[in-house]
Design a protein around this ligand. Structure first.
Ligand SMILES: [Zn+2]
Length: 300
């Protein structure tokens, strides 16, 4: 038995930044309640589980109107298997829901000697050599997806402002002005020393296992996207010799990072001034005429 996909412009993709928490229950954030949880949605590729709908009352929403936020646990990954194709199901659900603003949170490993564990980072670009694997697009001929702005500048500004209010020292909040590049690595193993050095040489600053497909999916469905992440370790081979405090860092920062994600989506406006929505263009059906005498295709 699957559930009906609710309509909302806001989605929060929870990640390892929220490990160990009951979300949003443990935050006790005023004006927030869970409307529905444990939802399972059917997709053309099978079901996707662990969704919930969070309601924000009018007094606590940025535009003074009550809103709902669609939320999925752990990027939509199953808890008992490695299945990267789940990203496509998550993207499809967001498209059906009419989602226009997406925040995904995560933790990441540093590829940059100056990005330290406990730093909160808001990347500005993506390095992902595998981005077509789970595309939602209906063919290559009629769809143009620009990558000139992989992350929404408006959401980035709001996220940086929110994080600056709350993020504890000694961690720093590093926003878009630093032009950080996030690398996608499917995992589940961490990058090898050789891989980390290769991505570092190519300009990568931090790496995680979810940002690539999420950023591409947001572009394909014409939504704004932002990544809220914090560094939990140096990737192997980047700065050896430091102590490994991954679990302690998660424990110390999961609550505040989850609160930053939630508050950002509570405050997000529905503006289109950022231009993200125009970065996916659907061309006329004539673009897909088969030059060998085919008919104009129907649908997308
Ligand atoms: Zn945008």
């Amino acid at each position: 038995m699957t559930d009906k996909i609710p309509q909302t412009p806001f989605a929060l993709l929870s990640g390892s930044a929220q490990w160990g928490l009951a979300f949003p229950d443990d935050l006790h954030e005023p004006g927030v309640k869970v409307l529905d949880r444990g939802l399972c949605f059917d997709t053309p590729w099978g079901p996707t589980k662990n969704w919930q709908v969070i309601e924000i009352d009018a007094d606590h929403a940025g535009d003074g109107k009550s809103r709902t936020i669609l939320n999925v646990f752990s990027h939509g990954w199953p808890v008992d298997a490695i299945d990267p194709s789940m990203h496509r199901k998550v993207a499809w659900v967001m498209a059906q829901s009419g989602v226009r603003k997406i925040l995904a949170d995560s933790t990441c490993g540093s590829l940059n000697k100056f990005l330290k564990p406990r730093d909160f980072i808001i990347a500005r670009d993506v390095l992902d050599f595998s981005q077509t694997q789970f595309s939602l697009l209906g063919g290559r001929l009629r769809h143009l997806c620009s990558s000139q702005q992989m992350f929404c500048p408006n959401l980035a500004g709001l996220l940086e402002k929110t994080a600056t209010e709350l993020w504890p020292q000694p961690g720093r909040v590093i926003g878009h002005e630093q032009n950080l590049v996030a690398v996608h690595n499917w995992g589940p193993r961490f990058a090898s020393r050789a891989e980390a050095h290769a991505y570092q040489t190519l300009g990568g600053d931090a790496m995680n296992q979810s940002i690539g497909p999420e950023a591409s999916a947001a572009r394909e469905i014409g939504a704004c996207f932002i990544s809220a992440s914090f560094i939990v370790r140096f990737q192997d081979g980047i700065l050896d010799g430091g102590s490994d405090e991954v679990d302690q860092i998660h424990k110390d920062l999961a609550h505040v990072s989850s609160r930053i994600s939630l508050l950002t989506m509570m405050r997000a406006s529905q503006t289109t001034e950022c231009g993200c929505q125009s970065l996916h263009v659907t061309r006329p059906a004539e673009y897909a005429i088969n030059a060998q005498g085919g008919e104009i295709p129907r649908g997308n």
